[in-house]
Design a protein around this ligand. Structure first.
Ligand SMILES: Nc1ncnc2c1ncn2[C@@H]1O[C@H](COP(=O)(O)OP(=O)(O)OP(=O)(O)O)[C@@H](O)[C@H]1O
Length: 503
């Protein structure tokens, strides 16, 4: 196989990264940004004074890419190449290239705000514009200027606005690398469909399975319930095909973030001979990952995304149209190990006229109170009003968020986070539920007869019992049980414990 496009220009990449504190690299999906750039920089001796960290917006990508690069470098994961995600890290003092989620890199700042373990940080899939990535942009932009020991930042994506990124990063160079691995043939619906997208996607997957040549199929849907329904329908349709249709065997594989890691890993296991895999996934499969064997992509054009309604103050997960950037990323899951085809279940006019060019950054579609609380939990002393945002929220809205958090007791008058604020940041509920919940809790605590209290503890809120430490302990106990319902017992170490022992 010919060299990947990124390898063709490796000398240019090395000289540009060495000569600049920040470099933006744009290259087609599958051209080798995630797997090759860190190796190129390692081979050029750029990991001598520190390691190379490569951030990924999703855990599944961090793990699968680390495995691939370790395979290419003929080492075990955890030696020269490692990964660090919530609850799991495979790295050691030998590790030079570390793939980690952007949340994990943020938590590294907890112990070392200079990130002194790293000589190079690659912010991959920068177009995703998660809250964490946007904060890292601001933090690292300042760190590359101020850190004594040189730090190089590389920002990569197939689909970002190079000019905007360059002007944000003080006019840094933008390397645009041409060429892709294999061609991907795109097709759109000729006219708007009348069926719901779920039905369309199931029908398309069955059609491809029956009539197209060998190759796995990747179908994009929006969430777990839909995926389970699609998996059940495809499985039952294939099982009920009349024998004369000579339907070949197929394995149907779901993929979504809430699946246990060992089930997610099934996506990377090759199909048995003569068998086709049909993978039904959320946008966890949209960027970064290579699923060897995928030839056909079915793009429904929708995604489930966090949205904030300023009128109700509620955050909701809403099914909404993807952006053009996401459509390009989805089609880019084909054409990585062989030529591919992408079937878009929407018209060309929809793509041209209805789809937004880019995904709205998370900071602009999330509750600002939650975002500000998140910023305040960081040890970075972020000044939320003057932080160097790439797309800054309105100042008035930031001030409202600060005021509201102060009224909830999450911040002090000076704007510092309180212990209650830290608890609130851990709870799995939308912030708009906190005030009623705390009120209900206080009322219950005040009203309950003392013998009903757990473990016959005296009621810390009852009249006459004024022991503040007991009161605090009970609040912590209550909050802990709430956070446990969110899936993580409070006594466990924080999932984002930094990568101790790595590099
Ligand atoms: N697990 C894998 N199995 C087989 N081939 C792989 C695997 N991972 C990567 N590759 C090969 O390496 C190429 C480069 O992958 P890489 O993830 O570095 O591309 P990329 O430019 O980062 O893509 P994207 O923009 O989609 O993240 C792929 O196109 C594919 O040919």
């Amino acid at each position: 196989m010919a060299a990947l496009p990124v390898r063709e220009v490796q000398d240019l990449i090395v000289s540009t990264v060495k000569a600049n504190r920040v470099t933006v690299v744009m290259a087609e999906t599958g051209s080798g940004k995630t797997t090759q750039i860190p190796q190129i920089l390692l081979e050029a001796g750029m990991a001598e004074s520190g390691g190379i960290a490569v951030t990924q917006p999703r855990r599944v990508a961090a793990v699968s890419v680390a495995r691939r690069v370790a395979e290419e470098r003929r080492c075990s994961v955890g030696q020269e190449v490692g990964f660090a995600i919530r609850f799991e890290q495979r790295c050691s003092s030998e590790t030079r290239i570390l793939y980690l989620t952007d949340g994990m890199l943020m938590r590294e700042c907890l112990v070392d705000d200079q990130l002194s373990k790293y000589a190079v940080i690659v912010l991959d899939e920068a177009h995703e514009r998660t809250l964490n990535t946007d904060i890292l942009f601001g933090v690292l932009k300042s760190l590359v200027q101020t850190r004594e020991q040189p730090l190089h930042l590389v920002v990569t994506s197939a689909t970002l606005d190079g000019d905007k990124f360059s002007s944000y990063f003080r006019g840094c160079p933008v390397l645009t690398i041409p060429g892709r691995c294999f061609p991907v043939q795109l097709s759109h619906l000729l006219e708007a469909a009348e069926q719901p997208y779920l039905q369309l996607a199931v029908d398309k997957a069955l059609d491809l399975h029956l009539y197209e040549e060998a190759g796995d199929i990747l179908v994009f849907l929006t969430g777990q319930a839909e995926i389970e329904q699609a998996v059940a329908e495809i499985t039952s349709e294939i099982a009920n095909m009349p024998e004369h249709d000579a339907c070949p065997p197929a394995i149907i594989i779901p993929l979504y973030a809430a699946l246990p890691p060992e089930q997610q890993a099934r996506v990377f296991e090759p199909a048995p001979d003569g068998c086709r895999r049909i993978i039904v996934a959320t946008n966890v499969a949209e960027t970064s990952i290579t699923v060897d064997g995928v030839v056909y992509v079915v793009d429904t054009g929708v995604v489930k995304q966090k949205a904030y309604d300023p009128h109700t103050g509620m955050e909701t997960l809403t099914v909404t149209s993807i952006s053009k950037v996401q459509a390009i990323q989805r089609s880019g899951r084909a054409g990585r190990t062989r030529p591919g085809k992408c079937f878009r279940l929407y018209t060309r006019a929809d793509y041209d006229q209805r789809m937004p060019a880019e995904t709205v950054p998370e900071i602009l579609r999330t509750s600002l109170q939650a975002a500000v609380l998140h910023l305040k939990t960081l040890p970075l002393q972020v000044d939320v009003l003057h932080f160097d945002y790439m797309d800054a929220p309105k100042r008035g809205a930031l001030e409202d968020a600060l005021r509201h958090l102060y009224l909830l007791g999450a911040l002090t008058r000076e704007g510092a986070i309180t212990p209650l604020g830290r608890l609130m940041a851990q709870l799995p509920w939308s912030l708009c539920w906190h005030a009623p919940c705390w009120l209900l809790l206080s009322w219950t605590a005040w009203a309950l007869p003392s013998q009903w209290w757990p473990c016959s503890q005296p009621n810390p809120f009852s009249r006459g019992t004024e022991d503040p430490s007991r009161r605090k302990a009970w609040v912590i106990m209550f909050s802990s049980s709430a956070s446990f319902r969110g899936g993580r017992p409070p006594t466990m170490p924080h999932p984002g414990a930094p990568t101790r022992g790595c590099l």
